[in-house]
Design a protein around this ligand. Structure first.
Ligand SMILES: *[C@@H]1O[C@H](CO)[C@@H](O)[C@H](O)[C@H]1NC(C)=O
Ligand SMILES: *[C@@H]1O[C@H](CO)[C@@H](O)[C@H](O)[C@H]1NC(C)=O
Ligand SMILES: *[C@@H]1O[C@H](CO)[C@@H](O)[C@H](O)[C@H]1NC(C)=O
Length: 361
């Protein structure tokens, strides 16, 4: 897996947290920018544009071009606009990161500044506000919250950066007349043109697995994977009753490499409990399923064939299919990246994700 993808997953996780509070009907367009001070194999500056959890564009300081990551075209004008905005953001974050590095007396090592800025379209299709978070080495140092209805800009700054009244007024206007309308327009267009991605429904594959321990106990796990969108309710039941949440571990939503998600919930059972031969069930509800999906594991005598069968399948999958698939994807990606680096960038997309940036103050 290439490094950018790795990085992308880390950021995606952050975003997933950020979006967790957002209800299903609303949508967001976010720029996720990273500036790295110090020697690393990464470009010093990268920006991803995300429509909900879909990667739309990628920009970095090596190529200095906005590259579409979905099947859309940027026209020449929008390409220039996006490149200019991201270029300005690069300069701003470089100055900020170097200033903070000196301020915190870091002499060497690697420091990272990360900034997320999002606008939102509410479930009634009305534009919501904009939020920005800026963090240095993982510590949040600056937040901005633009309320479009009250035309109010709330800022919170922990860094020694002064916001005088003049700057605040300037920033308010910047949001009102530039950042907010540009972001909302891009969000609306992206939603329309990417509706096949955003509104797709992919069913979870759900399995109930048991892993016996030498001590005589076991771990029962309910695994749902390959689903989209990310909202899922996964419940472990014992004899038809939900198992109390504090006994259940896991439950984190994790991204798969292919734009789908997985979730696992596990229960440790003791040797005594195992002897009581309870029935364990895993229930999933998801947008893609008409009814809830129940996966049973009846504690019947004899080895649980279903579990063995799926284990065998899993082994085949991991040992045989996954490497082949991985190879194919890798080859494809090489071809794609070769073509995209050769293509001239005059053809390009309509969703430009201009975005956000409080350019230079
Ligand atoms: C950085 O070093 C200077 C001088 O040694 C000191 O006055 C300052 O408090 C230090 N700053 C931090 C954030 O540690
Ligand atoms: C588990 O389910 C089976 C049939 O599905 C039933 O015969 C058995 O009594 C159940 N056991 C418990 C402990 O509920
Ligand atoms: C999960 O459960 C909650 C509460 O019962 C419900 O409001 C929500 O729609 C469910 N989500 C899914 C994806 O089924």
């Amino acid at each position: 897996m290439d490094r950018n993808m790795n990085r992308f997953y880390i950021l995606l996780n952050i975003l997933t947290f950020a979006a967790a509070a957002v209800n299903t009907g609303s949508h967001s367009l976010c720029s996720v920018a990273t500036f790295v001070v110090g020697e690393t194999p990464f470009p010093e500056f990268t920006v991803l544009m995300m429509l909900d959890d879909i990667l739309v564009t990628y920009y970095d300081s090596v190529v200095e071009k906005t590259v579409m990551k979905v099947d859309l075209q940027l026209n020449e004008e929008n390409q220039k606009f996006a490149d200019m905005i991201f270029g300005a953001l690069h300069v701003e974050m470089r100055d900020r990161a170097n200033f903070l590095k000196r301020h915190f007396n870091y002499t060497n090592g690697v420091q990272t500044e990360q900034r997320i800025e999002c606008c939102e379209l509410l479930s009634n299709n009305k534009p919501g506000g904009m939020k920005m978070f800026d963090a240095f080495n993982g510590l949040n140092g600056m937040e901005r919250d633009y309320n479009v209805h009250r035309h109010a800009l709330h800022t919170e700054t922990k860094w020694p950066i002064v916001f005088d009244t003049v700057k605040l007024e300037y920033n308010k206007k910047l949001y009102a007349y530039f950042l907010h309308p540009v972001c909302i327009e891009a969000l609306e267009r992206a939603l329309k043109e990417l509706k096949n991605h955003i509104f797709r429904k992919v069913k979870p594959r759900v399995r109930l697995l048991m892993k016996p321990y030498d001590s005589g106990g076991a771990r029962v796990s309910c695994l749902a994977t390959g689903f989209y969108p990310r909202h899922i309710n996964l419940t472990l039941l014992r004899n038809g009753q939900p198992v109390s949440e504090h006994l259940v571990s896991g439950g984190e939503l994790l991204p798969n490499g292919d734009g789908t998600y997985q979730m696992r919930k596990s229960l440790e059972i003791s040797a005594e409990e195992l002897q009581q031969k309870h029935n364990y069930t895993c229930t999933a509800t998801h947008l893609s399923l008409d009814n809830k999906l129940d996966i049973h594991w009846d504690y019947d005598p004899g080895p649980p064939i279903a579990v063995i069968a799926s284990t065998v399948l899993l082994v085949i999958l991991v040992c045989v299919i996954a490497p082949i698939a991985g190879f194919i994807v890798w080859k494809k990606r090489r071809v794609v990246s070769r073509t995209s680096s050769q293509s001239d960038y005059s053809a390009a997309s309509t969703t430009e994700e201009k975005e956000l940036e409080d350019l230079k103050n």
